[in-house]
Write a protein that binds this ligand. Structure first.
Ligand code: H91
Length: 339
């Protein structure tokens, strides 16, 4: 008897590949396309007070469609559980990658950081602040491209990115001074600070602010007391210090960041931060879906455009993934679905 009857016939479940707080993440195969996916499984009872984080994450991920953000394919909600069907990132956490290499050299750190800045520029442009940027929430796909995850703490301020937030959240070592002082803050500015901590961690292999005692840690953050190891170049030190500014108004804005010399050297083009996904539907994918479900193309388009995040939405996105990877845009069985 299958433990998750809701997935039967749609996904072939494999081993647990990780756990994130209140969730278990399992590898699975999407039956129709044969593509690998990660299914984040949460039990509503265990979630308890954390339940709003799931609705926050689902709402945010439905609006975010970007090459450096982990894609949400389907949401299954039952009486007792949530299942989020997500893009699989076989190379796991950037955190583990940094640890395995001790620290990254400048050219590798630059490639990753360009992708991180692109993802953050995109979510800010969509009106979201992530608020929990850290290497554990940055995964790597099979081509070692960055995929941002865990939007459970993100905020979409009602009055737009200029309006202030107050919730104390995120991980202390990455939290901005204004956030830990309990002041009101701008989501975009705390994300800028976290990116400064991230860049430091990429290049050094340890954190700029660290201490066993949380009060000592907070004191170091509020006074901006951190040191640069001797191996850092002047360019990287300059960029880190422009992000780790105690006064949020002095932090380099994301628009400047996109063309910062340290990020554009050797590549000489500003960071392409906009989504590479087209707004319009892909014809090949719609055709393949229509053939499979025995519907006309216009019927199929109408259904997909409702973005119900059901199995059809997942199948559309996974056909698109296959196309973007140069694989044939084909489902595993082409006869009209027998019900
Ligand atoms: C903060 N950390 C501890 C959390 C861990 C959770 C397991 C992760 N993971 C692996 O452990 N192995 C491989 C692996 C492969 N593909 C994944 C795809 C999506 C997600 C994912 C996406 C979202 Cl949006 C989300 O909210 C969560 Cl929790 C997970 C995790 C994957 C994954 C790594 C980070």
């Amino acid at each position: 008897m299958s433990l998750y009857p809701e997935l039967k016939g749609f996904y072939h479940l494999r081993e647990t590949i990780g756990s994130g707080g209140f969730a278990k993440v399992k590898l699975a195969y999407h039956a129709l396309s044969g593509e690998k996916v990660a299914i984040k499984i949460m039990d509503k009872k265990t979630l308890g007070a954390e339940l709003p984080r799931v609705t926050t994450e689902i709402a945010a991920m439905k609006e975010l469609c970007h090459q450096h953000i982990c894609k949400l394919f389907q949401v299954i909600e039952t009486e007792t559980k949530f299942f989020l069907v997500l893009e699989y990132c076989p190379e796991g956490e950037l955190f583990d990658y940094i640890v395995s290499k001790d620290r990254l050299d400048e050219s590798e750190a630059q490639i990753f950081f360009r992708q991180i800045v692109a993802a953050v520029a995109y979510i800010h442009d969509c009106g979201f602040a992530h608020r929990d940027l850290k290497p554990e929430n940055l995964l790597l796909d099979e081509d070692q491209n960055i995929k941002l995850i865990d939007f459970g703490l993100c905020a979409k301020p009602k009055g737009g990115m200029e309006s202030l937030l107050t919730t104390l959240c995120g991980s202390p070592a990455y939290a901005a001074p204004e956030l830990i002082s309990g002041k009101q803050y701008l989501g975009s500015e705390v994300d800028q600070w976290s990116m400064g901590v991230l860049l430091y961690a990429l290049l050094c292999g340890f954190l700029p602010f660290d201490d066993e005692s949380i009060t000592q840690l907070y004191k170091k953050i509020k006074t901006g007391s951190y040191k640069f190891p001797e191996w850092l170049s002047d360019g990287s030190k300059e960029l880190i210090s422009q992000l780790l500014q105690i006064d949020p108004k002095k932090r380099i804005p994301i628009a400047e960041l996109l063309k910062h010399p340290w990020l554009t050297k050797n590549v000489n083009v500003p960071i392409e931060w906009k989504s590479k996904y087209k707004k319009s539907l892909d014809d090949d994918c719609i055709t393949e879906l229509a053939v499979h479900y025995g519907k006309t193309r216009s019927q199929m388009e109408e259904e997909i455009l409702q973005w119900k995040y059901d199995y059809q939405t997942a199948t559309y996105f996974l056909l698109l993934e296959k196309k973007m990877k140069g694989k044939p845009v084909r489902l595993l069985c082409r006869h009209p679905a027998r019900n």
